[in-house]
Write a new protein. Sequence first.
Lengths: 188, 144
Amino acid sequence: MAADIEGANPVNDEPQLVERARSGDREAFGILVSRYADQAFAVAYGFLQHAQDSEDLVQDAFIRALERIDSLGRGSAFGPWFYRLLVNAALNRRKYLARRRTEDVPATARSQDSPAADSDRADLRRRLAGALGSLPGDLETVVILHDLEGFTHPEIAGILGIPEGTCRSHLSRARRMLRETLKEYRHQ
Amino acid sequence: MTDRHDDRPLAELEALKAPPRSDMERRRAQKRILAAAEPLLARRGRPSSSFDVLAAWARPGLVAASIVLAVVAAALKLGASGEAVEAVALDDVLASGSGGQVPALLVAGSEPDAEAFFEVALLERNGNGTPPPEETPNGGERQR
């Protein structure tokens, strides 16, 4: 899924696009936005579980990327650098929102199902989001990128700047912890 | 220890996936991003004038200058404190002369000499009392 969005496999024109965006080329920056915006939204949603907040976050991440694009090494891939920026921004935003909100029912919780089914789903989502958010260090990010958004281990390793093996062990550990946390819920 | 169970993602995680967005929503979101980026892109596209370059360096320049000033001030203070002499108030010096003697410093015809001043002050401080009394030509002390 993520392999076709140049996350860790930038297409040949990407260094040129970055160079052009560096000098204020709207078209080049627009191409980068169109390539990454959708996946970035999905990743942001994995962290924030709120559509509007995720859109805002993606916009902020692109603006921040443009502000700091000079720090991206010549010829370096835009994708991993951008996603690292996005993930950091998502973690910060969530901390900020958690202080501001006491409770948030995501928009996706609304459906055509019965109120009871909706309530169950919302409850599961809250528990899952809580369990994910309580994972230490990079574990949550690895789960979101791998299990939710389909990034590969090499891609995630590139984004987080960690060895691929560490990424795999993080994922395994995170899943085990999530299963433990959700065990109680499953028995209900 | 990792068992095979941990090799599979949790099925429940599907519930956390982003809702699908329509083409229109996606286009609108991208337009919003580009509109927000417009001022930055415009600034990047403009060739930088010498004023821009100076302005860009102004803040780091001020910070560097402040650091240098702080270091120089600290060095001067440290250097001065190494050979600092406790300040003596002028009143004290004058008072010391009230016992009938006026410090030589105050009656000197020439301009005050800093070394002489400190010497007097140190003498006062060390308890050596007033400077040696002036002697009259016949060997006795001059009376007021």
